[in-house]
Design a protein around this ligand. Structure first.
Ligand code: TXA
Ligand code: MG
Length: 315
């Protein structure tokens, strides 16, 4: 695909909003880094984010909203979260909060977790766009494992960028903060620094009146779904690479029709968009689950990574 470079004028913003409404992905400026945005309520759009980034696994994504009122429709802010939001939003702070049951966000955004990472960006272009589009899921707009982009040129960099992999980039020049948002969560009911970022931990501690608990271990990996006990794993056993079901098994098809087909056409984007919901629906049948083989490349590798974690013996 040809990646459009859009100016953040009225026409460019309208074009970006139309692409986003159609389930396409658009790189957008925020004050921290450029984000690769997609409609957070559209599972296929969210799957396209993962595909464009070449993410090896479904890390949960940050959802961007225009203001605190919009955040309240998606998450339970909690008293401490409310204080931090009042102090730092709009701005470079992401809060990991309990998700509301009526949030309406695609399950792929949270990778099946019951919490959601949410942020109100301060960048005027992001602000204006969010008022045209509604909630946007957006990780940094770079290929997985590469340096985060702080300009539209970085986003389109032939080495590690997304040129030809995304519909458009809204070019608003350089990001003023240039560092990803600080992430705060409450994993053991204690305000915890999950990722240092654009707002210093001390500044956040000043507002709370006590220091943030340090996050033990790797700043990112332990948060990844499958490594948290809170991560959704089916109750039923999971048999992978099953070319057909055995008697008594619930079968999840791929590249073939069926009541629980991940993608009739064998499209990994569609399969990724349907994965968590399909696993939940299969689990509700109350039988052992068998899953068709899925080609282990592109998004298929990410799907298999999630399936292997779901199938791993649990303690
Ligand atoms: O500044 C930023 O935060 C940028 C701009 C675009 O907003 N976004 C960004 O997203 O850095 P990303 O996907 O690169 O980082 C998101 C981080 C990941 O480390 C992920 O594990 C964590 O947020 N995260 C998201 N949801 C989470 C959740 N429910 N629980 C714990 N961690 C979560
Ligand atoms: Mg990143």
């Amino acid at each position: 695909m040809q990646t459009e470079r859009l100016l953040p004028d009225q026409m460019g913003m309208a074009r970006a909003a139309i692409l986003l409404a159609g389930g396409q992905v658009v790189a957008i400026p925020t004050e921290t880094v450029y984000g690769l945005a997609g409609d957070a309520r559209n599972g296929q759009a969210v799957a396209r984010i993962y595909e464009a980034k070449g993410r090896p696994s479904f890390n949960p994504l940050i959802v961007h909203v225009p203001d605190i009122e919009a955040a309240r429709t998606i998450a339970d802010l909690t008293p401490q979260g409310e204080r931090l939001a009042q102090a730092f939003w709009p701005g470079a702070l992401t809060l990991v909060l309990p998700m509301r049951s009526d949030a309406g966000v695609a399950s792929l955004v949270t990778a099946g977790l019951s919490t959601i990472a949410i942020r109100v960006p301060a960048h005027p272009v992001a602000q204006a766009l969010l008022r045209l589009t509604g909630p946007l899921a957006a990780p940094s707009a770079n290929q997985s494992g590469r340096i985060s982009p702080t300009s539209a040129d970085h986003v389109l960099d032939p080495d590690g960028g997304l040129d030809g992999r995304i519909s458009a980039v809204l070019d608003a020049g350089a990001c003023p903060v240039g560092l990803e948002s600080t992430i705060v969560g409450w994993p053991d009911n204690r305000a915890t620094l999950l990722r240092p970022g654009g707002i210093p931990a001390e500044t956040i501690a000043d507002v709370l009146g006590h220091p943030l608990a340090p996050h033990r271990g790797d700043p990112v990996a332990p948060l990844a779904p499958g490594q948290l006990t809170s991560h959704y794993a089916p109750n039923a056993s999971l048999r992978l690479n099953a070319t057909e079901p055995r008697p008594g098994e619930t079968y999840i098809a791929f590249g073939a029709p069926g009541p629980l087909s991940l993608s009739e056409a064998g499209d990994p984007v569609q399969a990724a968009a349907r994965l968590f919901d399909t696993l939940r629906r299969a689990d509700r049948e109350g039988h052992p689950i068998a899953v068709a083989p899925i080609p282990d490349h592109g998004l298929g590798a990410a799907i298999n990574d999630r399936l292997r974690r779901a199938a791993a013996p649990r303690g």
